[in-house]
Design a protein around this ligand. Sequence first.
Ligand code: SAM
Length: 292
Amino acid sequence: MRRLSSGGWRLSLARSPLCWAGTQGRFPITDPTGGAAENQHVIRFPRQSSRELGQNEAFFYLVEDGEDKRIKFHDYAAIYDRPGLYEQLFYDRLRCTSPQVVVSRLVEAVRHAGEMVEPLRVLDLGAGNGIVADEMNRHGVARLVGLDIIQRAREAALRDRPSGYDEYLVADMTAPDAATSKALDQWRLDALTCVAALGFDDIPAAAFIAAMDKIAADGWLAFNIKTDFLQGADKGGFAALVKTMLDRDLVELHLLERYRHRLSIDGEWLEYFVLVARKRGALSADIRERFA
Ligand SMILES: C[S@@+](CC[C@H](N)C(=O)[O-])C[C@H]1O[C@@H](n2cnc3c(N)ncnc32)[C@H](O)[C@@H]1O
C-alpha cells in the first residue's frame, strides 16, 4: 500500500478472482431478493430530483390503502416494518450491490492472506433486516452476530431471516450498555462488517471504534463508505479516523476499491469505497478522545 501525493491511497494487493465457496452457509437462502422479486409494494418516486435533497433526505411514496405515504429513505423503522419493502426499494429498484461487494471482498482478502473464512466470528454492525447475513452465510462463517440501534431492525431480521444471525443485539454502539458489551465479549469476535451504515446520520466514528474494540487483535474489518466521506467531505470524522489508523499502523490495509453502491432516484450511480483491513494495534487514548 502506498500513499499517493494527492493524499489518496492506491491499492497494491494483487486481486484474486472471486471465489464463491458454494452455498452451504448456515442457512442457505432460496430467494436472494428476499421476496422483492414479487414487487408486492407500490413504490413511487417524487417529481423532484434527488440533487435537490441530501442523500439522508431522499424519500419515496408508498401507495398503501389508497394513500401516498411519504417515507424517507432513512426512516428505517417504517421500511423494516413492511416485509420486502427494503429489498424492493434498495435492491430491486435501486440495484444496491454493497452487501455482495463488501462480503465478497472480505472473503477475497482473507483467502488472499492464506486464511480461511469459515472459522470467522463476525459482528455485523448496523445489520438492519439482515441482508448481509444472506451474503455471509453463503460462505458458512462460524458465528454471525447482528447489531443495530433500532429494535424494529431486529424484529424485521428475525421475521425475514430467522436463522440469519446466531444472536441479534439492539444497542447504540456509541454507548453500548453493560449487557451488550458482555455479550459481544463472549462471542469472541474476530471480524467486523459494516455495510451501508457509516455516515449520513447513521453510525458515527465513535460507534465504529467501540465495535472495533470488540474484535480480536489481528481481526478483520470490512466496510463501505461514500467516496466523498473518505476524500474530503468528512462529516462524521470517518476519513480522519481511517487515515489516522493507517498512518499509525493500527490497521493494515488489504483492499480498497471504488465501486457502484446503488442508483440514486435519478438513475445515477452513487460511488462508494469498499475497504478491507486488519487490526494491528490498539487505539490510543488520544484517538478515542478525538472521535468520542
Ligand atoms: C442503510 S441500513 C443498512 C442495513 C444493512 N447493513 C444492509 O446493508 O442492508 C443502516 C443501519 O444502521 C443502523 N444504525 C444507525 N446508527 C447506528 C448505531 N449508532 N449503532 C448501531 N446501528 C446503527 C440503522 O438503524 C440501520 O438499520
